[in-house]
Design a protein around this ligand. Sequence first.
Ligand code: PLP
Length: 432
Amino acid sequence: MASITDPTLQKPLTSVEVARIKADFEILEHPVAGNELVYLDSGATSQKPRCVYEAEQHYYETANAAVHRGAHTLAVEATDIFENARATVSAFIGAAPNELVWTSNATEALNLLTYSFSNASMGRGGEAAQRFAFGPGDEILVTELEHHANLIPWQELAFRTGATLRYVPVDQDGALRYELLDDLVNERTKLVAFTHVSNVLGTITEVQRFVQAARRVGALTVLDGCQSVPHLPVDVKQLDVDFMAFSGHKMLGPTGIGGLYGKAELLDAMPPFLTGGSMITHVDMERAEYLPAPQRFEAGTQRIAQVHGLATAASYLEETGMQRIAQWEEHLGHLLYQGLSTLEGVRVFGPKDATRIGTVPFEVIGVHPHDVGQYLDSRGIAVRVGHHCAQPLHRALGVTATTRASTYLYNTEEDISRLLEAVGSVREYFGV
Ligand code: PLP
């Protein structure tokens, strides 16, 4: 099994450092059901270190104003904070500032793409936007691993334009069937959208195989970085994808903020999705002309405090070291996968030999995942239950729901032991 990172580049995180990191997350100090909280639901949303919400509070106390509009001091300060945050977060993913569009979350980033492409399909954006126009005969390729956020927008784009949606299936363990890529990507393929890390299985996709296949036929590539940007070092230039979506709330940032990366020449050629104030150069009663990216995609008053909080989160991650975080979580993921696999009456999902982050789904045979979740909650352990917004993947795995444990940099080996001990007692508790 390949390792996620090169351990020679940075010293691994130690348990002492993780304990220090944990102390930055006040919520983890609050007991749940009389027990110390073990938070293993970071795949859904991460907890936030104190510095993130203090940054937001400081912004409201000292600099609150609308950006890009006013001539007064506060407006200038707010604009500086907003654009400095763009510089910080774009550097965090290896992009230039003008290649990062702020969105509410990854879902909105992916919908932005599909609605912009719909507009291009109706002729908006002129000649330059024709490469984003879809119609009958064109194919969009996704995978069976996808979160609904990187599936339904493409389904809708296909419905609206007459294009055909195809997908790379998984095998019975949930491993992507890469061997089918060469057949599935053909001269009709116009776009390939795929996840970097499965939010259900925690497995890491071989991005280069998708990018190479897409390049061969001149198709656009869209990476769902929702579960990779928080947990792995991600460099969009190295990955060479055309677009990438991610969410701030999964990477220690506030809710309500996320991003869309796009290569500058592509973003500048795309027609806008939302229109209105702050994204135009000239407006008359019949028509308008638009600013270049990223402003052309940022209509209306922006989420300045959230953007500032997200930049603070990115700096926190950077200072800790993404390589080190990835290594720590690979270690926790290994403990989780091995530990759950050895429990009697527990079935673990996902390919055995995959490289994965600290996300592992499982089933306690004979006990509904919702009951498992409630039992764990009564012992202070927070996990996710259900289909995790990936119904097709669950269907391919032959189940309707799973229980998912997902780690982050603040989780300790002790957290994993407590989960394993509690899962080990589920069947006895329910008399199965
Ligand atoms: N893609 C993946 C892989 C996810 O895990 C999620 C959220 O769980 C999303 C997309 C959607 O993220 P959001 O709900 O923040 O838009």
